[in-house]
Write a protein that binds this ligand. Structure first.
Ligand code: AHR
Length: 499
């Protein structure tokens, strides 16, 4: 089969906000306890932060990490997590039926974020709490001193303000599972008033309003329209969440999910623009896809867990090679919408539906899905190109015509290189890829990295951490003008061109 990539140096989607390579740490399962924080572990530093995990996170170069939830945040009292550790209460976390010992909290997270070379995206509890607790938290975190909450922070040994720029106004408040679920009008009003108070404190802070928990929610996209009708003036982003599964073991449908993500993004963009038009507004609301990933492997195991323990092995999906392919296509979808998706967080970062796994007391390793995120974070910074892919399709009952190839293209910030990310969805057809790169014909193919495994269900685990790993392919000397590169069946590919 033949296919062709068509792009023009003048036609772009938009600048890629590096925060699309964000991630998420929730107080859930072993994300914190046994994941990023494990005092007594041979690799723990003086703060109890696991250095082996930090090393892998730095490799991923994660620009922003959402914290502390998720469903957890909707019944969380942030004040429990600061001050002398021996005075902090143990609480029942209603969201995940676990015990939260509050050994690791706001100030520990900010110290950890510095080590991980990342920024915080802090979520506020708008489930059980409201404007007052939110304002207090922002003052505690960001005010230099001379007020009750900022002086309390200083008394906790944190002299300088954290200057957290990005805040989430709650989490999934349309969901019946959420503690403190709200109607769209209730939430919209609360988000507006909370945002107003936060922006009175500092108008430069960036705020994310809660969108639908996924695109199958009964109120989607009316929820977004109503919420933004209330808080358009005060917020900057609307959140999106979606998880993808292969419960029916139907690979052609599973691999087509990026088409669903494309549609989801297009619908939310249309809704934001509808509200903007209705308000005769100047401000464009952008998207924060702050939870996305594959999630389904651990569902049955989670039903058998004992409730009310600290750091149970919850949501520990062990990812297969096919999951890595799907993650690659989802990243392509985010990049194809770089003009509007400014923040995206793979959910989550360690142990809990995560690219990094650990054993308590033992090693840390890369799951299969680590690789596409690593490649995109490393090579996918700059400008997203408006690329057309000429390729055949297969027919799918859920998604209709599904192209055999899923791709995105990124021109580097200095303009000197171009990277194309391609997934071949075909189980048996190698695709001969040609190109037409107007204005960039002279770019030479310099590298071809491929992720593949003969067994679509192959995993990485403690004993075989490199079972699914990328390889460097030999490249034939060619320019974009005479490109001919073989894209093998069921592969994630990184094609690197340079001037
Ligand atoms: O990421 C796991 C959970 O999925 C989050 O806590 C919640 O927001 C979503 O439903």
């Amino acid at each position: 089969m033949k296919a062709k990539l068509i792009l023009d140096k003048e036609y772009t989607v938009g600048e890629i906000d590096k925060r699309v390579y964000g991630s998420f740490i929730e107080h859930l399962g072993r994300a914190v306890y046994g994941g990023i924080y494990e005092p007594g572990h041979p690799q723990a530093d003086k703060n109890g932060f696991r250095k082996d995990v930090l090393q892998l996170i730095r490799e991923l170069d994660v620009p922003v990490v959402r914290y502390p939830g998720g469903n957890f945040v909707s019944s969380f009292n942030w004040e429990d997590s600061v001050g002398p550790v021996d005075k902090r209460p143990r609480r029942l976390d209603l969201a995940w039926k676990a015990v939260e010992p509050n050994l690791f909290g706001l100030n520990e997270f900010m110290a950890w974020a510095k080590e991980a070379k990342t920024e915080a995206m802090m979520a506020i509890n708008l489930g059980t709490r409201g404007i007052d607790a939110a304002s207090a938290l922002v003052e505690y975190a960001n005010h230099p001193g001379g007020s009750y909450w900022s002086d309390l922070r200083k008394s906790h040994g944190v002299k300088d303000p954290h200057n957290i720029k990005l805040w989430c106004l709650g989490n999934e408040l349309d969901g019946p599972w959420q503690v403190g679920q709200k109607t769209s009008d209730e939430y919209g009003r609360l988000a507006f008033e909370t945002a107003k108070a936060i922006k009175l404190f500092d108008p430069t802070l960036e705020l994310v309003a809660v969108g639908s928990s996924n695109r199958h929610m009964p109120l989607f996209p009316q929820w977004e329209a109503t919420v933004l009708d209330h808080c358009y003036d005060k917020v900057d982003y609307i959140s999106m969440h979606e998880y993808y599964a292969n419960r029916a073991n139907d690979l052609p449908t599973f691999l087509a999910n990026s088409l669903g993500m494309d549609q989801f993004i297009d619908t939310v963009v249309a809704t934001c623009d509808f509200v903007q038009a209705k308000k005769r507004g100047k401000k464009q609301i952008n998207l924060s896809f702050d939870e996305w990933n594959v999630w389904f492997h651990s569902n049955d195991a989670d039903k058998k867990l004992e409730p009310w323990t600290v750091g149970p092995a919850q949501l520990e999906d062990v990812y297969t090679f096919e999951d890595a392919l799907v993650v690659g296509t989802l990243i392509n979808s985010l990049l194809r919408h770089a003009d509007r998706v400014k923040i995206a967080c793979m959910a989550q970062l360690v142990n809990v539906i995560a690219p990094i796994m650990t054993r308590n007391g033992g090693p840390a390793w890369k799951q299969t899905i680590f690789w596409p995120l690593y490649h995109a974070s490393k090579y996918g910074r700059g400008t997203s190109m408006d690329m057309k892919v000429e390729v055949g399709c297969y027919d799918n009952a859920t998604f209709g015509d599904v192209p055999w190839l899923d791709a995105s293209a990124v021109r580097s910030e200095d303009g000197k290189s171009l990277t194309v990310f391609v997934v071949n969805r075909s189980p048996d057809q190698t695709i001969e890829l040609g190109g037409s790169f107007a204005g960039l014909e002279h770019f030479k193919l310099k590298g071809h990295t491929e992720l593949h495994h003969a067994d679509i269900k192959a995993i990485n685990d403690e004993a075989h951490p490199n079972n699914v790993s990328p390889v460097e392919k030999a490249v034939k000397a060619s320019t974009a003008a005479n490109l001919s590169v073989a894209i093998a069946p069921l592969t994630w590919n990184v094609l690197r061109f340079e001037e």
